[in-house]
Ligand binder design. Structure first.
Ligand SMILES: C[S@@+](CC[C@H](N)C(=O)[O-])C[C@H]1O[C@@H](n2cnc3c(N)ncnc32)[C@H](O)[C@@H]1O
Length: 340
């Protein structure tokens, strides 16, 4: 009798290697390889000299990046492939370098303690970095950390905000308030799409200098106001459309309830709240981006990702009447809740 053949090991083998692929990208970014190659293709000896790296080791790293399709090699010369040029170089308007650096330097260390996070159900800032206190204090330990984190949010926002602003017809709203709106990318995308819309972006004081810089060159700066404030403490701005983009997934349930309640109370009848988050499928087993973002929230925040039904329950409890969800092709989906 022949024994049954063993199951395909491919999923396990792939996951044994998966972190190596991410680390190769983080290391090449950290060494400055993509920025150096943005200036033009170059051969290994020249690159090793310019990047201050060991030639043999750098060659292996760059070849790994070729395998990852981040780089190309024509004969002896390496060059950036289009995704690296667009998303991994520090002068590109589409850059995700901030979030990539933050992932490599910070999230990587928090994820190293995922099993402990699952045991205890809490984030890992103290275990990985010895840090206690409110979560956003850790994101913003220094000006450089703050800028990196915000440029990361900005890069992802450039991809998702146009889709979120287009997910519903928002043309009848007059004044949008984006709470925790960071660099203003959603406010800018909405103002570009709706010519009569004005927007106010509220965020912590340290965020405003970079937000000012980026909004100034957006082409809609005359319609976007930037305000320093704490959405848990300060009176909310006047608006008929509030936005919470990647905010509800940061906080514990009691704070989420408090925030939704204050938004509801501040809105006029007919006003609405637009929530931008990645929605989990009803069975919570997908999509992959949402499932892994929820684990990411476990290691670095108090919050989690939710299904549309879970958001709807929270929004109705806060008082909202009509609640609709729309999936987009972008990294964030949209939920619109109307105060009737
Ligand atoms: C995960 S980021 C999301 C940023 C932006 N909405 C987006 O989708 O890219 C969370 C934002 O909330 C801001 N934030 C955190 N706590 C806040 C508070 N108490 N009041 C106002 N903003 C806050 C942070 O500064 C940060 O910009």
């Amino acid at each position: 009798m022949t024994s049954p053949s063993p199951p395909d090991p491919a999923p396990v083998l792939d996951l044994l290697e998966a972190f190596r692929r991410s680390q190769a990208m983080f290391a090449a970014l950290d060494l400055g390889a993509f920025d150096r190659l943005a200036a033009g293709p170059a051969a290994l000896p020249e690159l090793a000299r310019d990047l201050g790296a060991d030639p043999d080791a750098l060659g292996r790293l760059l070849d790994a990046c070729v395998a990852l399709r981040l780089l190309r090699r024509d004969g002896p010369r390496y060059a950036n492939a289009p995704p690296a040029d667009a998303y991994l170089t520090s002068r590109s308007p589409l850059r995700l370098t901030g979030y990539a650096r933050y992932s490599g330097a910070v999230l990587w260390q928090l994820w190293a303690h995922l099993a402990d996070a699952a045991r205890e159900g809490t984030h890992r800032w103290k275990q990985a970095f010895g840090l206690e206190g409110p979560i956003f204090d850790h994101f913003f330990k220094s000006d450089a950390d703050r800028r990196e984190f915000l440029m990361g949010m900005h890069g992802l926002g450039q991809i998702s905000s146009p889709a979120v602003a287009a997910a519903f017809d928002l043309s009848h709203f007059r004044r949008l308030a984006d709470l925790g709106g960071a660099t203003g990318h959603l406010a800018v995308a909405a103002c570009r799409r709706y010519p009569h819309l004005r927007a106010v972006v509220l965020d912590l004081p340290g965020v405003l200098p970079l937000a000012r810089e980026l909004v100034a060159s957006s082409g809609v700066a005359d319609r976007v106001e930037l305000v320093a404030g704490d959405f848990f403490v300060d009176p909310l701005p006047e608006a008929d459309l509030f936005v919470l983009g990647r905010i509800l997934h940061d906080w514990a349930e009691d704070k989420v309830r408090r925030l939704l309640r204050s938004v509801y109370q501040r809105l006029p009848a007919g006003g609405a709240l637009l929530v931008a988050e990645k929605l989990l499928d009803d069975d919570r087993a997908g999509p992959s981006l949402a499932v892994f973002q929820s684990l990411n929230m476990l290691v670095c925040t108090e919050g989690k990702e939710r299904t549309l039904a879970e958001y709807e329950a929270l929004l109705r409890e806060a008082g909202f009447g009509r609640v609709q969800g729309r999936r987009t092709d972008a990294p964030l989906d949209a939920v619109l809740a109307v105060k009737e």
